[in-house]
Design a protein around this ligand. Sequence first.
Ligand code: ADP
Ligand code: MG
Length: 277
Amino acid sequence: TDDVVADGSTQIIPSATPAAGLAEIRANEVSAWFGDHKVLDRVSLTMPAGKVTSLIGPSGCGKSTFLRILNRMHEMIPSASLAGSVELDGEDIYDKSRKLTDARRAIGMVFQKPNPFPAMSIEENVLAGLKLTGTRIDKDARDELVESCLVKGGLWNEVKDRLDAPGGGLSGGQQQRLCIARSLAIKPRVLLMDEPCSALDPTSTRVIEETMLELAREVTIVIVTHNMQQAARVSSQCAFFLAAQGTPGVIVEHGDTDAMFDSPQDPRTSDYVNGRF
Ligand code: ADP
Ligand code: MG
């Protein structure tokens, strides 16, 4: 959409662009290495549009690596390489003719440890992604964007009277919701969340879970979690990753979350979801 900025000129403001519609993200035969160490072996998974997909499995089986491959962060690690492809609504995000920033804009990431810019204000934190991409936006549109992102992040009511307070002054749970709001400001089509609640208390966790369920209406969510109850509460789809001793990670089983928890097909899935390893 074209928007009129303060000086009267018209320019494209991505933040004001209506959501491009829900997108499916799909990994095809993805393998990953760090140097000679193979950590994922031909992992294929479709994460459906507008759903929450949980990635579960023991530490070290490649969940975080898989998540980083989904938004091209893996290639930032010097020793890392990969094979296979990732498609966002059927388009290869690794296509040489596509810009890295396109993939990054479309596919946001929230990490385990909340990482707002501590000295920046709450408002500046929400707008940080736009700043980085050099997007100008007029004051009204900016206020609207800040509010809508904080509402979607489930933080608005707690901070609306102190938008210029530093992000670092918020509690851990609030900081994580600020990070969610920040990633929403660039209108991602997919939101990747790597153990977003494991550093948080149960109350904050609950608020973030509610936020996720709301968000799934407009953005496809992929979450890594070690909390089986959480996976059951938030996700309709689930994938169980496992790396047997000395072998790269694979998906042992995936599908409907309820089915996977109630009647796992593989004994290894059953052992994991029932806490036997
Ligand atoms: P998970 O998130 O399931 O715990 P990771 O994706 O973090 O698993 O790790 C998978 C494997 O890749 C592990 O053996 C880990 O040691 C290795 N690994 C992860 N990140 C790096 C890295 N930056 N350099 C080298 N090896 C790594
Ligand atoms: Mg991890």
